[in-house]
Design a protein around this ligand. Sequence first.
Ligand SMILES: [Fe+2]
Length: 251
Amino acid sequence: MWPGFKIHRGICPTIHFGRTVAFRSISAQERQAGPVAQRIERPPPKGKVAGSSPAGVASPEVEAKMTRDADVQTFLDEATLALRRVTGPGAGVAAEVVRRWAQVGTPNLGGERLPVCDWVAPALAACPTALAGSFAALQGRLTWGRRKSADPANAAFWNGHANAMILGPGGLEDRSDIWVGVSLLAPNTLYPDHNHPPAEVYLPLSPGEWWNAGMDWTDPGLGGFIYNPPGILHAMRAGDKPLLALWFLPI
Ligand SMILES: [Fe+2]
């Protein structure tokens, strides 16, 4: 900015030549301090700035991109593209979580891991998608833990699985309106039957099989999805490769 050129807060400091500039009388004190000019304020034309309101206030989507952790935003951008491919009754779940994460949650720190997390890197190495790449940038910052109901007596499951929240309670964004997280299974591990009231969409980042009370065991493949209706009993299992999958639930 030019020395002494006074611009209202909130207005882009670019100088627009040819625009009307109104000068007011300058006090003796200001004369000593240098020249003072005051631009006539005009509201920005409607629709001129994508995502901004006519008053120049950023929409929630634009504000989120400006304030959210960059790696989280990149992951959510890739997840949005992947969730747009969900069809049938799961499409509503996919659209709802995307709509809700337009608002930024409370940033949170994580960084706990379990020995089974050694399987994350091999799983990601076999998944050459942009979504997997964006998740790879986050996975080391997550708080990985076991399912609350896991029993140490069941050593295969106790040592063979981990979950982590990305957006949700204890996630990189602490919030209660959505759960966006990840599950990891070591090879030949079964994640037992469970259910929960919210509907759920899984996006696999690896081979693996999913079952629910209305569907036989199915591997949707990379780029596919699984939809679990509200309250339905469901499970998943890894074959000879680790299973890595993202899940999305509006709460
Ligand atoms: Fe589930």
